[in-house]
Design a protein around this ligand. Structure first.
Ligand code: ADP
Ligand code: MG
Length: 241
């Protein structure tokens, strides 16, 4: 007999021949992209600017819908989710961006707490989780600061704390080191690695080869919307140029 649990067996993220065209002329942003990401993996999505990385990440969040093909998260085809279930999907996915996106009028602690308040968590849970999560990202003593008082690397750590405070299954990071110098980027990558080691699946888009080379993780490369390299499936097409 099938048990409910069996539905989540398999990849935590699955793209099945996904094509995404934006309105207007031009090639699709993604063409026939198929990717599987297993639970607990750390995957880099690489490729030059405009290759389709952010489009792929936004499809995982159902901020966009595929033109053709299917996107599954935790075994569910997310394009078919009822609108009212989309917030539940997004609660399972923490997000981090190049530009941090902190609330400038709230303290560090309030920024992190806000992510729990919007999901209706109790004050008791929040008071416990926020300091623990700030500790995780190495900012235990910065809870009372305002974002503008922090360095770029520290602001990104706050954004990571905010993404992680609800204990998501997946962390999606879109060029998280894009605004940071190389030394600061190393620290952020160590933190993302540690988060991955404790069980969270991480998908990170970057065009910074230095960051990718230092990490030795699975790399999926996009070129003009097509997968031209995927170390998990042995796709190494078009690598010559
Ligand atoms: P990357 O993140 O790798 O730089 P994107 O996914 O942002 O790539 O973009 C892929 C392609 O889709 C580019 O040609 C870009 O111009 C186009 N594109 C991205 N977002 C939009 C949009 N909202 N409307 C129209 N075209 C878009
Ligand atoms: Mg992008």
């Amino acid at each position: 007999m099938r048990v409910a649990r069996s539905r989540t067996v398999g990849p935590v993220i699955r793209f099945e021949k996904v094509t995404k065209s934006y309105p207007g002329p031009g090639k699709p942003a993604l063409s026939q992209v198929s990717i599987n990401v297993d639970k607990g993996e750390f995957v880099f999505l690489v490729g030059s600017s405009g290759s389709g990385k952010s489009t792929a990440l936004r499809l995982m969040l159902r901020e966009l819908r595929p033109t053709t093909g299917r996107v599954y998260v935790a075994g569910k085809e997310i394009n078919r989710l009822a609108t009212w279930k989309v917030p539940r999907l997004r609660r399972q996915i923490g997000t981090v961006f190049q530009d941090f996106r902190l609330l400038p009028t709230k303290t560090v602690s309030q920024n992190v707490a806000f992510a729990m308040q919007v999901t209706g968590r109790s004050g008791r849970d929040i008071r416990r989780a926020v300091p623990a999560t700030l500790e995780l990202v190495g900012l235990a003593d910065k809870g009372g600061r305002m974002p503008e008082e922090l360095s770029g690397g520290e602001q990104q750590r706050v954004a990571i704390a905010r993404a992680m405070v609800n204990d998501p299954m997946i962390l999606i990071a879109d060029e998280p080191t894009g605004n940071l110098d190389p030394t600061t980027s190393v620290g952020i990558m160590k933190l993302l690695d540690r988060i991955n080691q404790s069980g969270t699946t991480v998908v990170m888009a970057t065009h910074d080869n230095g960051v990718v080379d230092q990490m030795r993780k699975r790399v999926v490369e996009l070129d003009h919307g097509s997968v031209v390299r995927d170390e998990a499936t042995g796709v190494y097409g078009f690598q010559q140029h």
